[in-house]
Design a protein around this ligand. Structure first.
Ligand code: DWN
Length: 392
């Protein structure tokens, strides 16, 4: 049974950056968040149809941050050591190839429903299926390319509404002793950081290890290891295998018991979370209005999907944030989804005229602070809502 605990209101497609003449056709949906008493999964009350989000015009590039480029390089080094046989890998949701590029083209297969990115990795030499991940596709790949030693997915599984279909498809394509490795934002960190902006159309679920264990178990798989990661504001890398094949590492029970201490298996926890979300909204709007009243120039740094949730839920538009700077060419020159704040290149607007920059990409705070030393030295300040509204 689904118990709704949070209403983030009318929201647009989080990555639906648009031109002025597209405003009249902009798509909106109601973003409600619920706790499933049966599986303990945090999920949305209404799922957006995937092709509305993931299509040939998709704009998010995983390789835009140095942190993520290094993250995938390091992981690739862990998954394959020079003296071991090269594993046959399949990546679900390969985006612009930020992970894929560390693997040989002849034994690696990719699945990417966004046609523009599928073409990029095809051009890099990888067999890329420009399709959504389904049992039918898994059967086809098994016939054509063979079973896989490793099925990998980063920031992808929590994007798929039907988890039963997803896990069944993994079970079809995984070798008997193969490993399914996937990483997604951690519910524990979302609760600890009050980072409710991790919830938007592309993230129909936010995973706890408890919920994933329940869901994988119902589909012939089980978690054998969990690694906590710092990326994207705190994520978990889950290692799963076919049931009964691998030995279970102590990290699985450790994570589950930590989550029980946090109350991630109880509705009351999420009711309290919803109260904190509302408080965060009031505090952010108050701070931005104060800045405006004092004549300060405030912009946003990083046109993230996460900030789409914040701006639309809080009702923050160009009257409070002059513009957003972002390094992604595909977002520049457009308006942000729903509230229509102009997005420009950092070279055009991240300068000494800016007093405050709201961190839309707070998850890269270290990287950004290092990069923007001149801004900070010149008296510029960042604003973040994580874990509470503050100037840093
Ligand atoms: O799961 C998802 C995550 C991994 O990526 C997707 N559903 C979509 C996307 O979410 P996001 O847009 O919230 O991700 P980021 O990586 O937090 O977005 C940061 C944005 O900020 C990007 O558009 C790049 C930009 N940026 C920038 O302009 N200057 C980032 C850095 C580090 C910078 O220095």
């Amino acid at each position: 049974m689904l118990n709704k605990f949070l209403d983030l209101g009318k929201q647009p497609i989080a990555n639906g950056f648009l031109y002025k003449d597209q405003i009249k056709d902009e798509y909106f949906f109601n973003l409600g968040v619920a706790f499933d008493e049966d599986t303990k999964l945090i999920t949305q009350t209404e799922y957006v149809d995937p092709p509305l989000m993931f299509n040939d015009e998709y704009v998010y590039r995983g390789s835009m941050s140095q942190t993520m480029r290094e993250h995938f390089k390091e992981l690739s080094g862990v998954l394959w050591k020079n003296d071991s046989p090269m594993p046959k890998i399949l990546e679900i949701g390969s985006n612009d190839g930020v992970f894929l590029k560390h693997w040989p083209t002849d034994s690696t297969v990719a699945v990417e429903p966004c046609g523009n990115f599928a073409k990029e990795t095809q051009d890099m030499g990888y067999t890329t299926y420009a399709e959504f991940w389904t049992t039918k596709l898994a059967e086809e790949i098994k016939l054509t390319n063979g079973e896989r030693d490793i099925i990998f997915a980063a920031n992808c599984i929590c994007h798929i509404p039907d988890l039963y279909e997803t896990f069944k498809a993994v079970d079809i394509l995984l070798k008997p002793n193969g490993v399914f490795i996937f990483e997604d934002p951690s519910l524990a960190e979302v609760i600890n950081n009050n980072s409710y902006d991790q919830i938007y159309d592309e993230h129909p679920h936010v995973f706890s290890v408890i919920a994933l264990d329940n869901l994988l178990n119902r589909n012939g798989l089980e978690i054998v290891k969990v690694k906590n990661l710092s990326v994207h504001g705190g994520s978990n890398r889950i290692y799963a295998m076919k049931k009964g094949v691998g030995s279970i590492h102590k990290s699985v029970e450790q994570n589950k018991s930590y989550e029980r201490v946090l109350g991630l298996d109880k509705m009351e926890t999420f009711i309290r979370f919803a109260e904190k979300v509302e408080q965060s909204k009031d505090d952010l709007v108050r701070l931005l209005r104060k800045c405006k009243y004092e004549g300060k120039k405030v912009i946003s740094y990083g046109a993230s999907s996460k900030s789409t949730t914040i701006f639309n839920y809080c009702g923050i538009g160009p009257e409070l944030l002059s513009y957003i700077t972002d390094t992604t060419p595909e977002k520049q020159g457009k308006l942000s989804p729903g509230v229509h704040i102009p997005v420009i290149a950092p070279e055009q607007g991240f300068n000494e005229t800016v007093h405050f920059a709201y961190l839309g990409a707070w998850n890269f705070i270290k990287e950004i602070k290092n990069k923007e030393k001149d801004f900070v030295d010149g008296g510029g300040k960042f604003i973040t809502h994580v874990p509470t509204i503050r100037v840093v």
